[in-house]
Design a protein around this ligand. Structure first.
Ligand code: BGC
Length: 350
C-alpha cells in the first residue's frame, strides 16, 4: 500500500512509498484511512527538525491527525465495519511511569512514550492501518471526514481541562477568555470557549480574511495587533502561537487569579528582553498561573468528540480549508494565504 514516509532529521526526505500492510500484531481493527490533517508538527518533521523513526528503521510513516473507516473488527466488540474512527496519537511508555500506568500518557514522566506519526511509531498517513480498540475513538457519522479535526480538538480539550482544574484552586467563575492565534488550534480553543458560554476574544495578525470571519461567525470577537492593544484583562488566556512576544504578553496581561495555558511550541533560538523582576512581581501579587499543555489522553478525545458533534457543521467545514489528494501530498505543505487546516485525502470520503 501507499504511505507518506520521511527520514526524521533529514529535510526533504519525504516521499510516497510502497510499504507493507500493517502487521496483525498492531491490533485487530483494520482501518481504511480517509483523510489526514497536516499541522505544524508535521512541517517540523518534514523540515528535519523533529521526529523519530521506529527502532531499527530509517523511515517513519507520517500523520497523526486521522479519520478512517473500520474495515475489519472483532465480532461482538465496541467497533463494527463501517464505523468512523480516529486513532489516538500517544502510546504509554513501557515502564510504565505513574501517569502512563493510569492511562494519563499525555503526562508521561519519563519521556519514553511513543507517538504515531511523530515518535518511534508509524503514523496514519497510509492507505490502511491496524490499531487496538483502546486507541481508537468513534466519531459521529454525521461529521464524516470532518472527524479529522478530532485530534487537534483533543489537544485543546486537554488545555481547557487544565485551565479549569487550575482555576478551580479558588472560587472560579471566569467570564472572559483570550485566545492568541487563529490557526486551527486557536479556532478550536475558541469553539470550546464559546460552547462554555464565555466571552471569547481571538487575536491574530491579519485584519481581514477567512480567520477573522471564522472567529466572528463563532460569536467571538476578533482582534489584530497586540494583546496589550486589545485592552483586555481576561480570566483565561490560551496561547496557541508559541511566539515569544505573545507568550510574554499573555503572562503580563492576564487578570488577577487568571490562568495562562501555553499550547504553542516555540522553535527556540529567539531572545527577547524581559524585566524578570516586574514579571515575577505581577505574577506573584496577582496569583497568576502559567501552565504548559501538550497531547491528550482518551478522556480528552472523548470530550473532543462531544465538542465536534455539538459544533456547527458549516463552521467546521470552513476550518478544513483545503483538501489535497494523496498523490499531490507536496501541495499540502505549500502554505496558501487562506489556509486554515489542510488535509490530505487518502480514501473515498462519502
Ligand atoms: C500533537 C500531539 C503531540 C505533540 C508533540 C502535536 O502536534 O498533536 O499529540 O504530543 O505534537 O509531539
Amino acid at each position: 500500500m501507499k504511505a507518506l514516509t520521511v527520514i526524521p532529521h533529514q529535510a526533504g526526505s519525504a516521499q510516497l512509498s510502497e510499504v507493507d500492510e500493517s502487521p496483525i500484531s498492531d491490533g485487530p481493527l483494520l482501518v481504511e484511512t480517509l483523510a489526514v490533517g497536516i499541522c505544524g508538527t508535521d512541517i517540523e518533521i518534514l523540515s528535519g527538525a523533529y521526529g523519530w523513526a521506529p527502532p531499527g528503521r530509517e523511515r517513519l510513516i507520517l500523520g497523526h491527525e486521522s479519520i478512517g473507516r473500520v474495515l475489519e473488527a472483532p465480532a461482538g466488540g465496541a467497533f463494527s465495519p463501517g464505523d468512523l474512527v480516529v486513532g489516538i496519537v500517544r502510546r504509554p511508555d513501557p515502564v510504565p511511569c505513574g501517569n502512563c500506568a493510569v492511562l494519563e500518557w499525555d503526562f508521561c514522566r519519563n519521556g519514553l512514550y511513543t507517538e504515531r506519526g511523530i515518535k518511534e511509531h508509524d503514523g496514519y498517513l497510509s492507505e490502511r492501518y491496524r490499531i487496538t480498540p483502546d486507541f481508537a475513538v468513534k466519531v459521529d457519522p454525521a461529521l464524516s471526514t470532518l472527524g479529522v479535526l478530532l485530534e487537534p480538538t483533543s489537544v485543546v480539550a486537554k488545555a481547557w481541562e487544565d485551565v479549569e482544574r487550575i482555576g478551580g484552586r479558588a472560587s472560579w467563575s471566569p467570564t472572559t477568555a483570550l485566545i492568541t492565534g487563529a490557526g486551527p488550534i486557536g479556532l478550536l480553543a475558541a469553539l470550546i470557549g464559546v460552547q462554555r458560554g464565555l466571552d471569547v476574544h481571538v487575536l491574530d495578525q491579519m485584519s481581514d480574511g477567512v480567520k477573522p470571519d471564522l472567529v466572528r461567525s463563532l460569536g467571538a470577537t476578533y482582534h489584530s495587533g497586540s494583546v496589550t492593544g486589545s485592552g483586555l484583562c481576561p480570566d483565561i488566556i490560551i496561547e496557541c502561537t508559541g511566539v515569544s512576544s505573545l507568550v510574554l504578553d499573555a503572562m503580563t496581561n492576564i487578570g488577577n487569579g487568571g490562568v495562562v495555558c501555553l499550547t504553542g511550541v516555540s522553535s527556540g533560538g529567539h531572545t527577547i528582553q524581559v524585566d524578570e523582576g516586574a514579571l515575577n512581581r505581577s505574577m506573584v501579587l496577582q496569583n497568576v498561573a502559567v501552565v504548559g499543555s501538550v497531547n491528550a489522553n482518551r478522556r480528552h478525545y472523548e470530550k473532543a468528540a462531544q465538542v465536534l458533534a455539538a459544533a456547527d457543521r458549516d463552521w467546521l467545514a470552513k476550518l478544513v480549508s483545503r483538501r489535497v489528494p494523496l498523490e499531490k501530498w507536496h501541495e499540502a505543505l505549500q502554505r496558501q494565504p487562506d489556509d486554515v487546516k489542510v488535509v490530505v485525502e487518502v480514501g473515498a470520503g462519502e
